[in-house]
Design a protein around this ligand. Structure first.
Ligand code: RP5
Length: 151
């Protein structure tokens, strides 16, 4: 490897070091306290992440842009949390080929104690996979993301 190539590789590695590897997205600001718990687990394990609110129903174009660009921006896994008719994880999986981990969330308006969100996250058509963790369990989404990053 030439000296110039070595320098460029070192520069790229340094750039990559601070770049988020996991994108945590959620359907509403009201999901933030819960979803931040996934970020806390990633931070405890030294993994850089970013966390954003974007609704599959209210901001469909933002979600599509974010997911289309995710891999190019260096993200390796997406964690998506949503409640009610929880479309966000599935829409993320439709717009990105990165692994998507869905977190079904319960809320004041949940039907059947959150079963609405569980089914919305899990019942994806063949070819568009979403890995689902348990209801209100964003910590497990982060632990699964850590395993995916190490695989
Ligand atoms: C979903 O609806 C969100 O993910 C949230 O869990 C639920 C309620 O949203 P808000 O009405 O609080 O914005 O889209």
């Amino acid at each position: 490897m030439s000296e110039q190539t070595e320098t460029m590789t070192a520069d790229l590695e340094a750039l990559e070091e601070g770049a988020p590897k996991v994108g945590i997205i959620m359907g509403s600001k009201s999901d933030m306290d819960e979803m931040q718990k996934a970020g806390d687990v990633l931070a405890e394990n030294g993994v850089d992440y970013e966390i954003r609110v974007m609704s599959a129903h209210r901001d469909p174009d933002v979600v599509a842009d974010y997911c289309h660009n995710a891999r190019m921006r260096g993200l390796r896994v997406l964690i998506a949390g949503a409640g009610l008719s929880a479309a966000l994880p599935g829409v993320a999986a439709a717009h990105s080929d990165l692994p998507v981990i869905g977190v079904p969330l319960s809320s004041r308006l949940s039907a059947a104690g959150g079963l609405d969100a569980i089914l919305s996250v899990v019942q994806m058509p063949p070819g568009v996979p979403v890995a689902a963790v348990g209801l209100d369990n964003p910590r497990n989404a982060a632990h699964l993301a850590l395993r995916i990053l190490k695989a």
